[in-house]
Design a protein. Sequence first.
Length: 154
Amino acid sequence: MEFRYETWLDAGWLASDALGHLAVMITAGPGPIPAWTLGEGYDDLDIEHRVLELAPNGAAQFVPTQPGASSYRGFKELAERGLYVYDWQDAHRVEYRDVYEAMAVPSVPRTLTDLSEDLRQIAERAFFDLEFRHALDIPMAKLIDRAVPPANQR
């Protein structure tokens, strides 16, 4: 199940991995957001700005296979705050890959315990049994299959 929103809206959503590390998934407009990650009453599609309120805690490194990533300041700023940054690059393609692609990685990854309670709950909804540090691509076809929804939504 996917959440429906305006495809012109460049939204972001939070996810956590097997190590408790965090990632922000940028939709680039049409990128899918699994509905169960949002939870009941979720109305904050501006996660990127919420994360940017965190103090920087390290440096950002751009993913070498994504040469255009360094031109987007937001990727750098998010990674400097300790989050892995993925983007829906299919928004800019004719041939689709159907994956969220790594754009930037943090030198010092933040974990769930570094977040406020409300952001932590959002990130916990999108738990993936993988490690972002090893995942250059997260295929959408596997995204929902590999994610574990909260117990009351299984």
